[in-house]
Design a protein around this ligand. Structure first.
Ligand SMILES: [Zn+2]
Length: 625
């Protein structure tokens, strides 16, 4: 039996031998410049700007063929976690071509890896291709490539829903995809009775998705063939390991062995049936992996965005435990032991991760011990009278309005499961709707108001006091100056990889291989203050995105901005695509003070800085928008 570590390594080695460059996984928190998603959910995400032709893969990686194992987190299936296959945290194996090789080679690679390297039986594989529609023709190239390896009857064509990718948003690169499916039974297919891949039988497992981005869709829905064609593939490591180890569930693979052991040691799940126990175990295992990786990538527990997701999974796992103070640290240790080799950034974060998880556990325990009735009375909220249940001695269930449950959930952190277990009745789907709306509003608020910078502890500037908005605005402009100053002092390899601004301070993550010297720190701080003192004008213009990029504006994402973008220039020192708001002239920033500079993850440095008040930084009559 091949171990998961061997399979992961075999994948990367195979593609290295095929002249691919191995690229480390990027953070679970997407770069500042990609606000289209909250968390990294695919291997291609970190290569987007290469696919779009904004960055040069040859220059940055020395190759246009790339391979990676990317840590990913998907929230879409969060509520399904607990069954046999759904995961939030997982690892994605991928090979990528930035206008290098195309379909035929990608298909040959996939086939060779599966059948020669993994030595999986050929007769179990099926492939799917795009059948064609009004916008793009049937993918005959992919079909022909598969015919070299598979009989015609095991190559099926599907429409847009199954075999088409993108664009993300309303325009951008997109194209047909082709999937490799695996027959879990190995039985001979009875063509009269059995269905092939993409049926609901559970017989076929989608293993590998190959995406061929060869079209560009404009906002009017018109497709044109792209000059540069890319390959983007993704295969869930957990699924491949499951197949390789002959298991029925990803949770039975060796990736989860030690986690299982830790749970069994500390939890008995008394009173639960076998099936319920299994569900609880899976929730705990999945959510603990996610918790560790999110914390290690700098996400903190909160009620907004990534922090909200983190809090939700952590508390949901805690809800399954009777002995959390023992179980959780034991699981954390196993996650670190399993992954520190593959993801070296974990090592430095271990202490902080344990500490934050411990604090959150304490906070949650306190909430769980709160008297909900008292809280509800305080909120003057419980609706209706307790329903009398005849012949029943337990406390009668109480009906709560969705709004009240939402409040308990978001403000006080009660999990919906807990409330149900305590005998409260409410309309779960109505609550879920409120939660979704809340998230939607938050997201829009951020995109509209704040470009792509993370706004810590709250999304919308609308919710904030005038003082806070002004402080955030000053620090936002300071962030742009800092970005450019780092590039001027350290070199053009400096790229923003994260940005987070509170009224109190700004935080800026960027790519740089080593610690800044005292002199460099000094120079960066001085340069920013110099530009503040020059009182440069901050100007906004709306440009065609192409032109803005050609003029050297820092930015990375065309699809987010569409055809035109707002570009902020600070004198002729800095130019960035950004949604604002910014100060009108740089003296309004005040004094820039660089507080600290340290390592955040491998190759990523983190700066914390503040702006101090000066006469010029006084709050203006009208805040910029
Ligand atoms: Zn900005």
């Amino acid at each position: 039996m091949k171990k998961a570590t061997e399979i992961r390594e075999a994948f990367l080695t195979y593609f290295e031998e095929k002249k691919h460059r191995r690229v480390p996984s990027s953070s679970l928190v997407p770069a500042h410049d990609d606000p289209s998603v909250l968390l990294t959910s695919a291997g291609m995400q970190q290569f987007k700007s290469y696919f779009l032709g904004i960055k040069d893969a040859e220059k940055d990686f020395g190759s246009k063929a790339l391979t990676s194992v990317q840590r990913c987190f998907r929230t879409a299936d969060l509520d399904s976690v607990g069954d046999e296959s759904h995961l939030t945290f997982f690892e994605m194996l991928g090979n990528f071509s930035v206008n290098d090789y195309f379909k035929e080679e990608a298909i040959d690679f996939a086939w060779e890896f599966m059948t020669k390297i993994m030595k999986l039986p050929k007769e179990r594989f099926w492939a799917t291709i795009f059948e064609g529609d009004a916008n793009a023709p049937r993918d005959e190239v992919a079909e022909k490539a598969w015919l070299k390896h598979l009989p015609k009857k095991r190559i099926l064509a599907f429409g847009r829903a199954e075999n088409w990718w993108g664009p993300t948003g309303d325009s951008g690169p997109c194209g047909p995809s082709s999937e490799l499916h695996y027959d879990l039974t190995g039985r001979v297919v009875d063509e009269k009775k059995d269905d092939g891949p993409n049926s609901d039988t559970g017989r076929f497992l989608e293993l590998w998705n190959l995406v061929f981005t060869e079209y560009e869709q404009d906002t009017k829905g018109v497709f044109t063939e792209m000059k540069t064609k890319n390959i983007d593939t993704g295969m869930g490591l957990e699924r491949l390991v499951m197949v390789m180890q002959g298991k029925n569930s990803v949770y039975e693979t060796d990736l989860y062995h030690t986690l299982h052991g830790a749970i069994h040691k500390h939890e008995t799940f008394e009173g639960l049936s076998h099936a319920e126990k299994e569900t609880s175990e899976r929730i705990i295992m999945d959510h603990m992996r996610g918790t560790v990786f999110l914390l290690a990538d700098g996400v903190d527990f909160s009620n907004k965005d990534q922090g909200y997701i983190l809090r939700r999974i952590y508390r949901r796992a805690l809800d399954q435990c009777d002995n959390a103070t023992q179980t959780i640290p034991a699981l954390f240790r196993e996650v670190f032991a399993t992954y520190s080799e593959v993801y070296p950034h974990l090592k430095n974060t271990q202490r902080n991760v344990f500490e934050r998880a411990k604090q959150e556990l304490a906070a949650y325990t306190k909430i769980l011990n709160t008297d909900i009735e008292k809280l509800l009375r305080k909120l003057d909220s419980a609706e209706g009278v307790p329903a009398a249940i005849e012949g029943h001695h337990e406390p009668a269930p109480r009906k709560l309005t969705p709004e009240k449950v939402f409040q308990l959930y978001t403000t006080y952190g009660f999990s919906l499961e807990r409330l149900t277990r305590k005998g409260y009745i409410f309309d779960m789907s109505a609550v879920q709707k409120l939660v979704d709306e809340h998230k939607e509003i938050s997201k829009k608020g951020q995109e509209k108001k704040f470009g792509g910078h993370g706004l810590h502890g709250g999304f919308s500037l609308d919710d904030r006091s005038k003082e806070d908005v002004w402080r955030i605005t000053r620090q936002h402009t300071a962030t742009h100056l800092l970005h450019q100053a780092l590039r001027a002092i350290l070199g053009d390899h400096v790229r923003q990889s994260g940005s987070d601004i509170t009224p109190e301070r700004l935080r800026f993550d960027f790519t740089h291989p080593k610690k800044l010297t005292d002199e460099e720190r000094q120079q960066v701080e001085s340069l920013v203050n110099e530009k503040i003192q020059e009182d440069l004008e901050v100007q906004k213009e709306t440009l065609e995105t192409e032109k803005a990029l050609a003029s050297g504006a820092l930015s990375f994402f065309r699809e987010k901005y569409g055809e035109t973008s707002s570009v902020y220039s600070i004198g002729d020192f800095s130019k960035e695509l950004c949604g604002g708001p910014h100060v009108a002239h740089t003296a309004q920033i005040g004094k820039f003070v660089l507080l600290s500079e340290k390592s955040n993850a491998a190759g990523i440095r983190r700066i914390k800085a503040i702006v101090e008040d000066t006469i010029e930084s006084a709050i203006p009559e009208d805040l910029p928008t």
